[in-house]
Design a protein around this ligand. Structure first.
Ligand SMILES: Nc1nc2c(c(=O)[nH]1)N[C@H]1C(S)=C(S)[C@@H](COP(=O)(O)O)O[C@H]1N2
Ligand SMILES: [Mo]
Length: 428
């Protein structure tokens, strides 16, 4: 594999009292968050009987399958119209700015299709394994359900995520700059078990994963990865995959670029060399500073972004307690630390991870800040279990130049103004 910039030493950070005790206690000993409540006083919302208490609510049959309440109607995937010629071979973005925790609901997880989201039933579903195997096999959906299965949480990030930001800051919102990612709990059969059932011949070194849609989205995957942790998944977040995410079966390739996670998976061919298909040659290669192209940047390097405050999530409450939060992930392991700065990288302070990092899954971080009401340059910086530190934009450009699109994992800056509004800016 080719090298990414060598930034492997975890930087030392300012260990101010507030920084270290960020989990709860501020410098003065007061609880962070104190001052966020209002003094008790007359309030018609409390003293008057409200409409919702004067009648009855919906019965249990009103929505056999629930949707978000109408007040949350803004928390939806969004498309950037000028990015693609139509909505069929296109992409939309996860509303990461408005979510919390780590699991992305399927209903708002970004979609990327090359020939549209197809409708394929379980009954019509077939998965073939052929090529350099002892016995070519075909599995129905019901067959897959009889293999031992696993449940694991993984992120899927499109290699193009943040790609529009290479040359300068462009899109005003974490949803658009970083929303080509989702993080779901998948249930499925390890690909290894299916390959073992067919019996891989000793010459077999690669697999081709192919989808049932018109684009087929064929990708070559080294046999080593296929036998390691790839999952032939049929459930996400406990329920059937949504059509747009590959119903009834998709491939999970943990930590690797989203393009390899073939949806509507129909065929796995075992071969002795890569197939060099469109998606792995003309697409998803990286143009480097010297003009040459690097192919096969499979692993998604450590990355993070502050989701709030951000352009779509301005601060509306004025100075005082402020929760700064965001997401961090690494395709090479787990997130071990996230640092946050409010002064454009002059002083970094450790954020609090909501839970210990999990391999190749998204971590949520919180930084409990007391905002003095002046403008901030807010950034986050992820560090993973290999010791890799998320690079600045300048560090990444030194190595990759200005002509890349894919695999942009640089540190993101939000300029938060005194009025609480935020803008996408570049701090070089
Ligand atoms: N069969 C098929 N698989 C596919 C694609 C596709 O168009 N067809 N798009 C790929 C790309 S580029 C990405 S980023 C992910 C997106 O998965 P999602 O739509 O579930 O977010 O699916 C990948 N798998
Ligand atoms: Mo993608």
């Amino acid at each position: 594999m080719t090298d990414e910039p060598e930034i492997t030493k975890a930087p030392q950070i300012a260990t101010t009292r507030r920084g270290f005790l960020g989990a709860g206690v501020a410098a003065g000993g007061a609880l962070l968050g104190a001052g966020a409540a209002r003094a008790a006083g007359p309030d018609p919302l409390i003293t008057e009987v409200q409409p919702w208490a004067q009648g009855l609510g919906d019965g249990v049959d009103a929505s056999p399958y629930g949707l978000p309440i109408r007040f949350e109607g803004d928390v939806v995937r969004r498309n950037v119209e000028w990015l693609t010629a139509d909505t069929i071979s296109s992409i939309n973005f996860t509303p990461i700015h408005a979510l919390d925790g780590t699991i992305t609901p399927q209903g708002c997880g970004f979609e990327r299709h090359h020939s549209g989201a197809i409708e394929l039933s379980k009954d019509d579903y077939r998965l073939m394994i052929n090529g350099l195997v002892d016995t070519p096999l075909v599995f129905t959906y019901a067959d897959l359900e009889r293999f031992p299965r696993e449940t694991r949480t993984y992120f899927l990030e499109c290699a193009a995520n943040t790609g529009m930001e290479w040359a300068g800051s462009q899109l005003n919102g974490a949803q658009f700059t970083h929303g080509m990612i989702h993080n779901m709990e998948y249930t499925g059969v390890p690909l290894r078990l299916l390959l073992e059932e067919a019996g891989v011949k000793t010459e077999g070194k690669w697999v081709l994963a192919e989808g049932a849609d018109a684009s087929s989205n064929g990708r070559s995957i080294p046999l080593e990865k296929a036998m390691d942790d790839c999952l032939v998944a049929f459930k996400a977040n406990g329920e059937a995959l949504r059509k747009e995410h590959g119903y009834p079966v998709r491939l999970c390739v943990p930590g690797w670029e989203g393009n390899m996670w073939v949806k509507w998976l129909r065929r796995i061919e075992v071969g002795d060399q890569p197939w060099e298909q469109r998606e792995e040659t003309s697409k998803y290669t990286d143009t480097l500073a010297d003009g040459t192209s690097r192919k096969w940047t499979w692993v998604m390097d450590a990355k993070s972004v502050v989701t709030s405050p951000s352009p779509q999530m301005p601060i509306k409450h004025g100075p005082g307690p402020l929760v700064i939060t965001g997401l961090a992930w690494s395709g090479r392991g787990s997130i071990t630390r996230v640092d946050v700065t409010v002064d454009g990288g002059k002083t970094w302070m450790p954020a609090r991870l909501a839970a210990p990092g999990q391999d190749m899954a998204v971590s949520r971080f919180y930084f409990d800040h007391v905002w003095d009401g002046s403008e901030m340059l807010v950034q986050s910086r992820a560090i993973d279990s290999t010791g890799y530190v998320q690079p600045t934009k300048t560090e990444l450009r030194d190595f990759r130049g200005l002509n890349s699109i894919y695999h942009n994992n640089c540190i993101q800056t939000w300029w938060v103004k005194a009025n609480g509004e935020a803008e996408n800016v570049e701090v070089s």
